[in-house]
Ligand binder design. Structure first.
Ligand code: F58
Length: 827
């Protein structure tokens, strides 16, 4: 097994020089875009530069695919409803070692590469951490020269664009490919068909064998679009294959005879609706029919594509399928692939059930990303029966056989059966997708140590008993190519000078910085880069929002989806408390602080939107109050997305990771910020715990209740009013929300936050952690004022992030779960 990244070609051996790159850009300007150097605007330059780059990329793709085919490699198939890719040009240039070449070529044409890069719309085909993780993982897979393919949905509209009007979030459609996407390649030769609706016929064969035949009510087409994924070093170019739905024109008149022509047209519209829009949910399941159809659509297309490729090499011999194919389910969204594979094997390939199940349970592995009950997917059996009648039968059969196993292990224990059954009985029968995923997979992993422990202890304890070793951990990671090398070029250059330039492929090398952490010159250089990055962000804030921020202030950043468990409102209450302290005592001793937020709220999540509104209203007041003497600023940057994160992260001093212990599965923003030299203020939750282990207690500020303390307080009967009445600051701040101080003329406009924290029972224990959080901020303040101490802390954070490269996560998957070999592609 050789999954270590050692083989990528040296980045100095560029495949094309400046002169040729310039020629290629001009050629594309002329013959692809039909314009010329004098007429071209930045958008045209962007497209032409992408096209010039794509020539290199496609050459790499062709070589990679040929090599993988000739070597008949085992491959991982990463099924994910979301891939939050961001922009690709800068990444592809970096990974091919052509960034400087392109910069130089464009300069000679009188064009700034940085302006051209800004033209690219983000590919925002994901909600948050889960989707971005998938993007980091496919970067690492290609970098490590592992045979891999990502499968997902070619959403026409990605995550909504956020505008802020009068402080409130407004959602606008995202149209990432309105003017064409230069990276994607349509592959009509690999179109798949997917059946939906209809009924199942039972047929009895001569040999007494029962055969099930599904007569679908409608068939839709899946059109594949391939996005090449360039590994660092440019040797391996893998593929992200995204499925777009299209009407097939097929409509079963027998099934829908009463509806006739009009219904048939409705079906055509449905077909094209499937891949229209990404559901903007975060940690809650919408339970909508269209979402189940989306899930089945991309899972079925992907499986058929995997089987087509397998058959090309192995014909109808299924005996090697599980040797060649591993399918990773990114959460339960693609779990329907399990009964789909059973259907294909049993109904189509006519394998017996046991052989089919044996293949299935050696092919699938499942990653769990959450413990929140509202995020665990369940589908009404009734809805299943309508959309996927044959799959429901198969799920019942899987469950029937599984219940026999449970009975063997725990005889006559009906309560146990009810707990473990895929089917939840109740008012409405539900299909539990988590249970199906655990039962149908050979490995199940959580995404950070603490999370995986809780998956075993609280979520699936009986499954852990039944199959010891099946439940495991793979701590998340981030790609250092995007999240340091590309987004923080000045820090990268400084690091290169100090320890050499190998670190993007071997992040443990950053350890080498630790011995310079006390060196005054290095401290100055490191903090000078931070200061320049802060200046760039300050300029952006000024330009986009008209707010002046002082780059000597502490840049304190919370960037992530807006959710109660992530506790942006804890941050807000503390900001309000600082404001009060400053009003009561103008000499209140604090280093100037800029609190910066970036967050989208799910459109239907009322309280989350109220919190955004409150942050903006408090910001209006604080930023325009001369009494705070510029010691406090609050900035809510609209439309948080990957490309904005790339600007905010290098400029951050303090990273807010303040979820209620036990709720954040891992977090990955925490890793990105620490890698760029931010100091974390955080709870003992998710990967914060592992970050603390790496950087040491002196270089992180941990506060608040542990998981055990949260559980104990809950068990003893948590009462938020205890904190309200016993803490004058909490009371004053909560009462303030009820006045019209922040919303002149609109008293009560912010009251929902107070209500949720008092009458609502404060489900995420914001008030219980408030004092500890407030004290932790005093620790931050004191540490920052000691310039040398702070520089040391920042350097150590960067130096100790080696563990959190997504290359390490992938290595863990390869060794523990996938059992893959890397495959060298000759350049
Ligand atoms: C996130 N989940 C976890 N879900 O919250 C985070 O702790 C973890 O680091 C990350 O996954 C990667 O493991 C997450 O982002 C979603 O966005 C789902 C999208 C579909 C609907 C339900 C939430």
């Amino acid at each position: 097994m050789n999954a270590k990244v050692t083989s990528a070609k040296k980045l100095t051996e560029v495949s094309i020089d400046k002169k040729d790159f310039k020629q290629a850009v001009i050629r594309h300007l002329h013959s692809t875009l039909g314009t010329d150097e004098n007429k071209a605007n930045n958008h045209a330059w962007w497209k032409a530069t992408c096209a010039a780059m794509q020539e290199q990329v496609l050459e790499g793709l062709r070589k990679t695919q040929k090599t993988h085919y000739l070597n008949d490699t085992r491959a991982v198939h990463y099924l994910s409803a979301e891939f939050l890719m961001g922009r690709l040009l800068s990444n592809n240039l970096q990974n091919f070692g052509l960034f400087e070449v392109a910069q130089g070529a464009l300069k000679e044409l009188g064009v700034e590469l940085s302006d051209v890069l800004e033209e690219e719309p983000d590919m925002a085909l994901g909600n948050g951490g889960l989707g971005r993780l998938a993007a980091c993982f496919i970067d690492s897979l290609a970098t490590m020269e592992l045979p891999a393919i990502g499968y997902g949905i070619h959403y026409e509209h990605g995550l909504f664009r956020q505008e802020i009007h009068g402080g409130a979030q407004i959602e606008r459609p995202d149209s990432w490919r309105d003017y064409g996407n230069p990276w994607e390649i349509c592959r009509p030769e690999s179109i798949q068909e997917v059946s939906l609706y209809g009924y199942v016929e039972t047929k009895y064969g001569d040999n007494g064998r029962i055969h099930k035949e599904w007569h679908p009510g409608a068939i839709v087409k899946g059109v594949p679009w391939d996005i090449p994924i360039v590994g660092y070093g440019g040797n391996t170019v893998n593929v992200l294959r995204l499925w777009q739905s299209q009407s097939s024109g097929y409509f079963n008149w027998d099934v829908f005879n009463a509806g006739g022509y009009v219904d048939a047209q409705r079906e055509n519209v449905l077909a094209e609706t499937i891949s229209k829009v990404l559901y903007p949910n975060d940690e809650t399941e919408a339970g909508k029919e269209l979402r189940l159809i989306q899930q089945y659509f991309f899972s079925s297309c992907s499986l058929k594509d995997i089987i087509r490729r397998y058959k090309r090499a192995h014909g109808d011999d299924w005996s090697r399928f599980a040797d060649q194919v591993v399918i990773q389910l990114n959460d339960t969204h693609p779990a329907i692939a399990i009964p789909e594979l059973m259907r294909i094997l049993v109904d189509r390939a006519e394998l017996d059930w046991d052989s089919a199940w044996n293949i299935c349970t050696n092919v699938f592995a499942y990653t769990n990303h959450t413990l929140l009950p509202e995020a665990l997917e369940k589908w009404p059996a009734r809805m299943f029966e309508k959309i996927l009648p044959r799959h429901l039968e198969i799920i019942y059969e899987i469950n029937h056989r599984f219940m026999a196993l449970v009975d063997k292990q725990w005889p006559n224990d009906n309560a146990m059966k009810a707990r473990l059954s895929i089917i939840e009985e109740g008012n409405e029968k539900m299909v539990r997708m988590g249970h199906l995923s655990v039962i149908g997979s050979f490995a199940v992993n959580g995404v950070a140590e603490i999370h995986s422990r809780l998956v075993k202890q609280n979520l699936f304890p009986e499954f852990d008993q039944l199959w010891p070793g099946k439940l495991t951990n793979v701590t998340n990671g981030i790609t250092p190519r995007r999240w340091l090398k590309a987004c923080n070029p000045e820090l990268s250059k400084l690091i290169d000078k100090k320890i050499g330039s190998d670190w993007p492929m071997d992040l443990d090398k950053l350890q080498g910085l630790a011995k310079h952490a006390d060196n005054k010159t290095f401290q100055k250089q490191f903090m000078k880069v931070k200061q320049a990055n802060k200046q760039a962000l300050a300029d952006e804030i000024k330009q986009s929002m008209g707010i002046d921020v002082d780059v000597n202030a502490i840049f304190d950043v919370q960037i992530k989806r807006l959710h109660e468990y992530k506790r942006q409102h804890l941050n807000l209450l503390h900001i309000m408390a600082l404001y009060r302290r400053l009003l009561e005592d103008p000499d209140y001793d604090m280093h100037p602080r800029v609190f910066i937020f970036g967050a989208k709220a799910a459109p239907g999540y009322k309280l989350a939107k109220d919190i955004i509104f409150a942050i903006n209203k408090v910001a209006d007041k604080v930023n325009n109050d001369p009494r705070v003497n510029n010691k406090l600023k609050v900035v809510f940057m609209p439309n948080y997305r990957v490309s904005l994160a790339e600007k905010m992260i290098p400029a951050t001093d303090v990273s807010e990771q303040i979820s209620t212990a036990g709720k954040e599965a891992s977090g990955t923003g925490n890793m990105k910020l620490a890698l760029n030299g931010a100091v974390t203020i955080g709870t003992l939750d998710g990967a914060n715990i592992e970050i603390a282990e790496e950087v040491g207690d002196d270089n992180i500020v941990i506060f608040g209740m542990t998981v055990e303390e949260v559980e104990a307080l809950k068990a003893s009967g948590y009462n938020p009013y205890d904190y309200y009445y016993n803490d004058a600051e909490i009371k004053a701040v909560l009462d303030w929300l009820e006045t019209d101080y922040f919303t002149p003329g609109q008293p009560g406009a912010l009251v929902s936050i107070k209500q949720s924290l008092l009458e609502g029972g404060d489900p995420y224990m914001v008030l219980a952690d408030y004092q500890a959080y407030s004290e932790a901020h005093k620790v931050i303040d004191a540490a920052y004022r000691d310039k040398e101490r702070w520089a040391r802390m920042a350097i150590i954070n960067t130096a100790k992030m080696g563990k959190f490269t997504s290359d390490r996560s992938i290595r863990d998957y390869v060794e523990k779960i996938w059992k893959l070999e890397s495959c060298k592609v000759e350049s």
